[in-house]
Design a protein around this ligand. Structure first.
Ligand code: OAD
Length: 242
């Protein structure tokens, strides 16, 4: 059976006004990633890390899904059971656009996690505060539910499962710095990259190669502007035209 694997990144939500990480003016230009998103930073200064995620959670409340989120939800409905959408994004814009089936590889901003019993619970958009305790065990030592560098990402097992099951790979708005999209694309006969920027592979072994060269299709546009072309490629794949 033909099946679609989608891996999305910060570029998918960029047109909703959420900063990407590595673009000019991205989050990692404003913050030291090792201080706010690593286990070392967490051990050094829990308050700073908590403040960082509180600010991002608050920012999310007033953002809206964009056209690309809407089309991806429609795709999920039209090809029910034949689309696996894995996102590196921790926002909830896919859910707010109506998605029932999105996998968050790096966690979720609107949840907190209990450090005692690992219960994950919804806090909406509020800042973490002393009154919050785990609804399951009552413990007050709770933390953001976003994977940090230096931690394992349990949902990555779904990435490997999707690679085994799917026939078409689509990467949308991700630089591939954390998850190597060129390696994934090479496992597929049919693949599509959507990104407005042409970028080189960051490897000393392939200094002159571009990421898009590992894909069979490349739409060099913003996510929302690429949706019509993406749908044509998907339809051709699902109809067995290539
Ligand atoms: P990056 O910031 O590394 O890459 C964003 C990509 O989106 C770039 O390739 C941009 O060119 C592209 N882009 C920008 N605007 C776009 C638009 N309107 N439409 C489509 N693409 C656009 O973000 P990620 O690859 O998602 O991890 O970063 C991966 C992980 O690194 C994140 O999940 C985060 C970060 O550290 C954690 O926080 C654990």
């Amino acid at each position: 059976m033909k099946k679609i694997m989608i891996l999305s990144g910060a570029g998918l939500s960029a047109e909703s006004g959420i900063s990407t990480f590595r673009d000019h003016d991205g989050l990692w230009e404003k913050y030291d990633v090792m201080k706010v998103c690593s286990t070392e930073g967490w051990i050094e200064d829990r308050k700073l890390v908590t403040k960082f995620y509180d600010a991002r959670r608050a920012d999310l409340e007033f953002k809206e899904p964009n056209h690309a989120h809407t089309i991806l939800v429609q795709l999920e409905k039209d090809y029910r059971g034949r689309v696996i959408h894995l996102t590196q994004n921790v926002d909830n814009l896919m859910e707010r656009a109506g998605s029932k089936d999105i996998v968050h590889l790096h966690g979720t901003l609107t949840d907190l996690r209990c450090e005692a019993c690992t219960e994950i619970f919804d806090v909406g958009y509020i800042a973490q505060n002393d009154a919050i305790s785990c609804p399951h065990c009552g413990n007050r030592r709770v933390r953001h539910n976003v994977v940090m560098f230096g931690e394992s990402a349990p949902e990555y097992s779904q990435l490997h499962q999707a690679m085994r099951e799917c026939t078409l790979f689509i990467a949308i708005g991700t630089s591939g710095t954390v998850i190597d999209i060129t390696r994934i694309a090479k496992e597929f006969k049919d693949s599509l990259l959507i990104d407005p920027k042409r970028q080189k592979i960051s490897s000393v072994f392939n200094p002159d190669s571009y990421i898009d060269e590992s894909f069979t299709h490349f739409i060099q546009k913003r996510a929302s502007e690429a949706m019509d072309e993406m749908m044509k490629i998907i339809k051709a794949h699902m109809d067995g035209r290539f």
